[in-house]
Every structure is written in C-alpha cells, then in structure tokens.
Design a protein around this ligand. Structure first.
Ligand code: APR
Length: 241
C-alpha cells in the first residue's frame, strides 16, 4: 500500500542543493573540509582555543552570503512550489546554514544546524540577525555583555536544533526525501531509517551521486539538484508517489 494516504512530506537537504547557487559543499574534492580542518573551526573547543580564527572562518562565509550574488536555484524553488501546491504538510529540514530556502519561499523550514546570518550570545542566549563581521569586541544588545557573541551555528559535539519536532514530523510522514547530502553526519543521516521504520514512509534520495546511505532508500534519482529536484516535484504533484 503506498503512503499517499499519509499526505505529509518531510524533506532533508544538505550542501549539495546549494552547490549550483555557488556555495561550496563540505566533502566534495573542492569542499570546505578539503582546505580547513573541522577541529580548527567547527567545534566548541576550537572556539575556546582560537576565537579569532573561528570568527574569521565564519566572517568570510557570512560576508559572501550577505554580499549578494548568491541566489536560490531551481532546486530551492521547486521545494517552495511543492509546499505551496501539495495538499498535505511539506516540511524542509535543512542542514545548511545559508538562507536560500527561505529566500526561495519555503516557510515550513527548520535549520537544524543553525543559520550563518544569525549570532547567539553565550551569556543571555539571545539570537539576532547579524549580516556583518563578528568579533570578540562585539557587544550583545540584549544584555550588554562584550565578547560573548558566537555564530548561531551547531558545531560538532553540539546537539542540533528542533530534534523533537523533526522526529514527530518523521513519524507522521508518508514521504521522506533526502537531497544533496552525503549521509555522513548524524542525526540527519539517520532520518531515512526513522521515517521508514517509524512511519512506513516511502523514501527517496535525490543527489549528484549515491550517498553513504544510498541503500537505505526505496527510490533514487541521481543528477544535479537543479534537474532532479524540479523533475521529482513535478512527478509528485502529478502522480503522488
Ligand atoms: N546537486 C545535488 N547534489 C550534489 C551537488 C549538486 N549539484 N553537488 C554535490 N552534491 C552532493 C554530493 O555528492 C554529496 O553527496 O551533495 C552532497 C554534499 O555532501 P557534504 O559535502 O558532506 O555536505 P552535507 O551532507 O550537507 O554535510 C552535512 O556536515 O560538515 C557538516 O555541518 C556540516 O551541515 C553539514 C553536515
């Protein structure tokens, strides 16, 4: 029995959906981790040891995204169209910290790894939009503390955001789609099994090439996100799954 009766759709996205917008992935040959070590820029220990170095890493990425010229692509637009036109719930859970899904029109969206254009105060936990450079000399507008602002980004060893809500959505979906992610990082890479075994959902991988978890999916279409995502959204809207 297919699960069209369960009309909710959960979509996980990773860096691959933003690649054709001009943003780097992490583990491709030209990816971010090919030139910078995770241990140096993406852990709480790195931030404690070298705050200026970590700020410099995120300032460069934030500046590029805030400067303009990085636009949502046809993959992001197709997911926003699906949310508009599909009669059930469509939830996008992104591992990405860019703002391309919201700029494409996706409203039902969780940034489970945080957001590059936001900063959080370690003293009062206030989160604000922050498109500029961030450094140790900056002051929190909410509590007045200086030097306690950090990127509102989930580092390795930290708990992603929205996990309870995400698990509830996975347990109530009929279709789980994974797009542009290598399936290397938990808990996101475990979502396909959760949807499959807790909800009996149909599972689909849309990626440039088979991911680490490719064999866990019931269906797969490989190619650039700007091609395979719009094509699959057209298919769902026409025929369901
Ligand atoms: N279209 C579709 N998929 C693509 C494209 C493209 N144009 N280009 C690359 N890909 C695929 C790659 O084949 C790869 O499987 O996107 C995936 C990117 O994988 P990663 O670089 O590992 O990125 P991601 O899976 O998002 O990483 C997850 O790891 O480093 C942490 O916090 C970081 O959120 C990130 C998490």
């Amino acid at each position: 029995m297919n699960n069209t009766a369960k009309r909710n759709i959960v979509i996980l996205t990773g860096a691959g959906i933003s690649k054709e917008s001009g943003l780097s992935t992490f583990r491709d040959a030209d990816g971010i981790w090919a030139t910078v070590r995770i241990e140096d820029v993406a852990t709480p220990e790195a931030f404690a040891r070298d705050p200026d170095g970590v700020h410099e890493f995120y300032n460069a990425r934030r500046g590029r995204l805030a400067a303009g010229g990085i636009e949502p692509n046809a993959g992001h637009a197709a997911l926003a169209r699906l949310e508009q036109e599909w009669p059930g719930d469509v939830l996008v859970v992104t591992q990405n910290i860019d703002n391309l899904h919201e700029r494409a029109g996706s409203n039902n969206l969780y940034h489970m790894h945080g957001a590059l254009l936001k900063v959080r105060c370690e003293a009062c936990v206030n989160v604000v939009e922050w498109p500029d450079n961030l450094g140790r000399g900056d002051t929190c507008a909410a509590c007045g503390t200086t030097g306690q602002l950090r990127p509102h980004v989930v580092w390795f060893g930290e708990m992603p955001f929205w996990m309870d809500d995400i698990h509830q959505a996975l347990e109530a979906c009929g279709l789980f789609i994974s797009i542009g992610t290598s399936g290397n990082v938990y808990p996101a890479s475990g979502f396909v099994e959760h949807a499959r075994f807790a909800a009996g959902a149909h599972t689909v991988e849309l990626n440039l090439e088979p991911s680490e978890g490719a064999t866990l999916f019931a269906e797969a279409h490989y190619g650039p996100a700007t091609e395979v995502v719009p094509a699959y959204v057209d298919k769902i809207l026409r025929d369901g799954w």
